[in-house]
Ligand binder design. Sequence first.
Ligand code: ADP
Ligand code: MG
Length: 381
Amino acid sequence: MKEKQSQEQIDFLAAILKSTPVSVIAMNKDGKIEYINASTEKMYGYTNEELIGAEPIILYGGSDVEEVWGRITAGIKEQGFWRGEMLNKRKNGEIFYIRMTMHPLLNEKGNYLTLVGFQEDITDRKRAEEEKKRLEGQYQQAQKMEAVAALSRGVAHDFNNILNIIHGHVSLLGRDIAIDETQNEHLERIEEIIHRGGGLVRQFLNFARGAKNKISPIDLNSLIAESTEMFSSITSNMQIFSDYYQNLWDIEADSGQIEQVLVNLYLNAWQAMAEGGELYIKTANVTIDKIAGKSKKILPGNYVKVTLTDTGMGMDRKTKARILEPYFTTKAAGVGTGLGLTSVYRIIKEYEGFIEVFSAKDEGTTFSIYLPASTVAITKE
Ligand code: ADP
Ligand code: MG
């Protein structure tokens, strides 16, 4: 009777061990695997026969075994058990994170029976933690950019004041004293330089400015036509082909800022084609529906899309991942500042638009910028 009862108890306990999602492993005195439950088979992809009698080392996947065992032994000695995380390996070679609790089982007399480990696959949680860390990194990067922008604004304003003072004195000089031809030439030269300095400061402020400037409806087709004409007159060996969508929606923006975006993209394309090449510019109306908008964290609605494709050197993955970082450049000092795409991104963001990049090494680059269509213009239509 007693025996029957204990057999029932054994079956009962075995059923519990079988049903738990936690992997249970027990090891004998020789350190070999003595027992595993069904979840262990599932977690590791080995069968019961393959694991019983094996050394647990076949389950390890990259964690320093000696170091982990050191911690396990110390934990058991100090508090009777060990709990921690480690990297293990499935039969198919896949490495994954587990969280494990290990403790020795003793009999009534206090003699060691076996070492039992309970394991949970925590790979998903680890991934989520890594993703969180990555996002925090991005957020810090964005904050750094804000700081750089604030600093640039301050410097630009001070510098502008200095230029104004110099300009004031120079004009007084020119008016007050009887000066000869050469002296006058010097003064004109100084004025010219001051003017150039002023232009530089404006550019700088444009980059750093948080607020929008003069917002008006813009027809991107004509803005592109004007700016490419200007650009091709100062560059050689790059052919520009444009494909304008005829009923393009207007956008509402500061045309100076949008021009800055376009010129930065032309310039990058041109610099990527040292041997010459082609730049294709295309405009289109695009409607982003709720579903697409949701998955990309982009507001659904109507957008005007400008696609610029160059036949230049392209980018590898590593470069592509960093192009928006302030001061990231692969160009020689003096050629690149690493601020071009940073300011493009800032401006597009300011208008609640977004950017897509496709590129591969030696295979050219495509930048697509999306800017929200003006609601006024669409109602008119
Ligand atoms: P800069 O042009 O001063 O280097 P940007 O922010 O404009 O700074 O660009 C950052 C980097 O992105 C460039 O140094 C280059 O490596 C890469 N890049 C940008 N546009 C292109 C392009 N059209 N083709 C290839 N690489 C590009
Ligand atoms: Mg650039």
